[in-house]
Design a binder for this molecule. Structure first.
Ligand SMILES: Nc1ncnc2c1ncn2[C@@H]1O[C@H](COP(=O)(O)OP(=O)(O)OP(=O)(O)O)[C@@H](O)[C@H]1O
Ligand SMILES: [Mg+2]
Length: 322
């Protein structure tokens, strides 16, 4: 979009994408860069702006500002060219409960001006097969479980070959078994080269499925990159257990660190400090302590977990179950 953009092939790219509802800023100028072929997690707590952003990407709602390209084309201007190449699952499509799974997909496919009537029967059957619903194809959707409805929503996104799947909380409301099934489907789509953009408020889910992620907090992206890059953002800390807490604190302060002391009733204190701007590697700091006659009973190098980092970034806890 701009001449200085990196020569990375992006499936989704946004600049300053913004959505206001009255005076409320739901999405506050986000710059997304979703590489082709990635499984990109869009992670954020409730109300952080995930669904609103996704609706803008898909041309379902007009941005208040900024711009977005999907598969190389500007949205919403090129919506007609882009949408046939994108499968989407956003807040559950509306299915008729009195129609079967097959009949619902036939109906949705008929409403798609890009679909071919000649291949419809085969495409519907193969999409149902793909999501493991062949056995329930003739059953009324009103009798489907939540997981089956969610899978039918995925089947709908798969009625055409897609370059990009955009899935808004596809495991929401599913039991652990349904969740596992949907995750493994997503992995199998990705293994065929489809780019996947998937939102979730579950950190563990993003860690299990995704190659990349962006973290949303109150309408802004607070971190974005590969999962490995995100893991490296946090600050390493060292912890020393020693009866010579004052001396240890003195040494660490001399190395430019800012130590704190935790005392324990029945054990030696722990002196803890972020490595910070210290020139030494964490594993060498212990040598300085020993060199200054600090008796070291325990030494640990701690890297904050992805969860601790995201809590720090968003100021909110993530649900990490499942
Ligand atoms: N149509 C609308 N009118 C007014 N405010 C809205 C509208 N849609 C969303 N919002 C507000 O925008 C903010 C972001 O909502 P959004 O649904 O995008 O969040 P989310 O990250 O998808 O949350 P969740 O995890 O609950 O799905 C919220 O404060 C919400 O109340
Ligand atoms: Mg949402």
């Amino acid at each position: 979009m701009s001449p200085d953009a990196p020569a990375l092939d992006l499936a989704i790219e946004s600049r300053g994408l913004t959505k206001r509802f009255g005076t409320q800023v739901a999405v506050a100028g986000i710059d997304l860069a979703v590489p082709r072929g990635s499984v990109f997690g869009f992670l954020g707590p409730n109300g952080s702006g995930k669904t609103t952003s996704i609706r803008m990407l898909l041309g379902l709602t007009q941005p208040s500002g900024g711009e977005v390209s999907v598969l190389g084309d500007r949205m919403p201007e090129r919506l007609r060219e882009v949408l046939p190449r994108v499968g989407a699952l956003v807040e559950g499509p509306a299915f008729y409960p009195f129609l079967s799974g097959t009949a619902n997909l036939n109906r949705l496919d008929t409403a798609d001006p890009h679909s071919s009537r000649r291949t419809r029967t085969d495409r519907v059957a193969s999409a149902l097969d793909r999501v493991g619903l062949s056995h329930a194809a003739g059953k009324k959707v009103g009798a489907y479980s939540l997981g089956m409805k969610q899978r039918l929503g995925l089947a709908n996104a798969l009625l055409q070959p897609r370059e990009l799947l955009v899935l808004d909380e596809p495991t929401n409301g599913l039991d652990p078994q349904g969740t596992r099934e949907v995750r493994s489907l997503i992995r199998s789509f990705a293994s065929e080269g489809t780019t996947i953009f998937v939102s979730s408020h579950l950190l563990a889910e993003i860690e299990q499925m995704c190659t990349h992620a962006a973290v949303m907090s109150a309408g802004s992206i607070v971190a974005q990159g590969t999962l490995d890059q995100l893991r490296q953002v946090g600050e390493t800390r060292v912890r020393v257990q020693t009866p010579d807490a004052d001396a240890a604190r003195h040494v660490l302060t001399g190395l430019g660190m800012m130590p704190t002391v935790e005392t324990h009733a029945d054990a030696d204190p722990w002196v803890t400090a972020p490595v910070g701007a210290t020139p030494l590697k964490a594993e060498d700091i212990v040598l300085s302590l020993v060199g200054a006659n600090v008796r070291v009973r325990g030494y640990a190098i701690e890297q904050p977990s992805l969860e601790e980092r995201f809590v720090a970034l968003t100021g909110e806890g993530f649900d990490v179950v499942q």
